[in-house]
Design a protein. Structure first.
Length: 148
């Protein structure tokens, strides 16, 4: 008997992807990215509003501690800086115990938070707000302590 040689089908030597295969992958990735971008559009503004609300709550807690220690809130003129260093102007806090904040945050749009004491909306306390995306106080995008 003759030795039977088993012939195997010849393999095609694939050295890489074809241009069509690469273009299909690029198109699929593009479609997925456009779906993801549309899904998360607007979330950045929402996240900034949540961050501003959290800052206002944190600053409000520090203001409340200041008031508990001293019996009054810092004046509008003393401002929020009174939470980091003892004010020298009247009314001078007699029981100022610590820096109530390590640093004063700026809002997510890069502006300072606004403080007024006594407040227009909270006459026995304070008003604290961010001017929001448009950086204009009194507009619809303001984030405030009296509406939280």
């Amino acid at each position: 008997m003759k030795d039977r040689q088993i012939q195997t089908p010849r393999r095609r030597n694939n050295q890489g992807f074809t241009l069509i295969e690469i273009m299909m992958v690029v198109v699929i990735i593009g479609i997925l990215l456009s779906v993801m971008i549309n899904k998360f559009r607007g979330r950045t503004d929402q996240a900034r509003e949540v961050a501003a609300s959290a800052h206002i709550q944190s600053i409000g807690n520090a203001l409340d501690l200041y008031e508990m220690d001293n019996g009054f809130y810092p004046t509008t003129q003393q401002g929020l800086e009174a939470l980091m260093s003892k004010p020298a102007s009247a009314p001078t806090p007699q029981n100022w115990r610590q820096p109530y904040l390590d640093r004063l945050p700026v809002d997510p749009w890069g502006s300072n938070y606004n403080y007024q004491q006594p407040g227009t909306h909270n006459q026995f306390g304070y008003d604290l707000w961010s001017s929001g995306k448009d950086a204009q106080s009194g507009t619809a995008d303001d984030i405030t302590s009296w509406e939280n």
